[in-house]
Write a protein that binds this ligand. Structure first.
Ligand code: DAH
Length: 341
């Protein structure tokens, strides 16, 4: 009889049903009125008294094990069936929405600026972010003691003062002049690096766009008209610009460019600090020393250059007050701009 009990116990343990109905059949076969366990109980009545204690315990264990396994299996299959059923229950239910990404506002504004200049015949030029002293400073007429070369501004690579992260995209001017003879007309977007404390108006990584135009007879009037066109395309038809004398080592004469404040229409507000003007870029006529250093004859050719910060243009265009928002990548901030263009 022990063999029969063990055999049934093994079959109970190995029982592996696919459906709830299968479990019910099994339950009747084992625990039902005419089931195997019931039959064993009957047989138990006939065993000799001295075996009753041992066999009785075995039978009780078998009954408990069978009941427990059947209940557990039934519960598990019911849950699984309920879940399957709910998946196909309502085919018309809306799916869970995928969040679509959007272009970063800095990319959008950069592309827009590049497009404006593409319409004026400029092509895109690029250069490396890790540069050497020649391309970032020396070839651009920076005197050896110029403060921009200082440790405070420039990130140097591995203590070698000749290898550094470019501090401006003007280095691409140099790379372009090395590759190409005039006429040259390039627009150079890129990421730049400066050892600056991060604040609402400064970051150690930001983006610039550089422009360079070199040909015979290029004048300051050409520069001014090109930048006016740019300002109107980016800030609107009503935009006007003004130029203030300035200094850059690589241009002579040099100027700072302001655009009329598009937030107050030039009347004066807290963004333009009451002046009605917003500073947007530096520019000037390429210094003859720069042309010479890059193998271009300054007696034959002249040119202009300009450089602007993409974050700054984007801030002024959209009235964003804190530059750090562009780097925090909060999608609630970033999503606002895709439809704005
Ligand atoms: N490279 C300058 C800067 O990072 C910006 C600039 C000024 C570029 C005048 C130019 C320029 O090409 O002509 O501040």
């Amino acid at each position: 009889m022990t063999d029969k009990i063990n055999d049934l116990l093994r079959r109970v343990e190995e029982f592996d049903p696919r459906t709830v109905a299968e479990i019910e059949d099994f339950r009747i076969k084992v625990l039902g009125k005419k089931g195997e366990l019931t039959a064993l109980m009957e047989e138990f009545k006939t065993v000799p008294a001295e075996q009753k204690r041992e066999l009785g315990q075995q039978l009780n264990r078998l009954k408990a094990a069978a009941t427990e396994r059947i209940n557990a299996l039934r519960e598990r299959l019911r849950d699984a069936e309920a879940e399957n059923a709910s998946h196909i229950e309502d085919m018309s239910r809306p799916g869970s929405a995928e969040q679509l990404g959007s272009r970063h506002p800095i990319s959008l504004v950069r592309n827009q600026i590049v497009e404006v200049f593409a319409r004026l015949g400029y092509t895109v030029a690029e250069g490396p972010e890790i540069e050497d002293d020649w391309h970032v400073f020396s070839a651009l007429n920076f005197p050896p003691e110029h403060p921009a070369r200082d440790m405070q501004d420039t990130f140097f690579i591995e203590k070698n003062p000749d290898i550094l992260l470019r501090t401006h995209t003007s280095s691409i001017q140099v790379r372009t002049m090395e590759r190409q003879k005039p006429p040259i007309r390039v627009i150079c977007p890129g990421r730049v690096f400066r050892n600056e404390a991060i604040s609402y108006r400064a970051h150690c990584i930001f983006h610039q766009i550089e422009g360079l135009y070199i040909d015979e007879g290029v004048s300051f009037a050409d520069l001014k008209q090109s930048l006016l066109y740019f300002a109107k395309e980016i800030f609107g038809e009503q935009a006007v610009i003004r130029m203030r004398p300035s200094y850059f080592p690589f241009t002579e004469p040099s100027a700072e460019v302001d655009v009329s404040c598009n937030l107050c229409g030039g009347k004066g507000c807290n963004v333009c600090k009451g002046t009605g003007w917003l500073e947007i870029m530096g520019c000037g006529m390429v210094d003859p020393n720069v042309l010479k250093a890059n193998g271009i004859d300054p007696d034959k050719y002249s040119g202009f250059a300009f450089g602007m910060g993409v974050e700054r243009i984007a801030m002024l265009k959209y009235g964003v007050r804190d530059l750090r928002l562009y780097f925090e990548n909060d999608v609630r901030f970033l999503h606002q701009f895709d439809s704005a263009l």
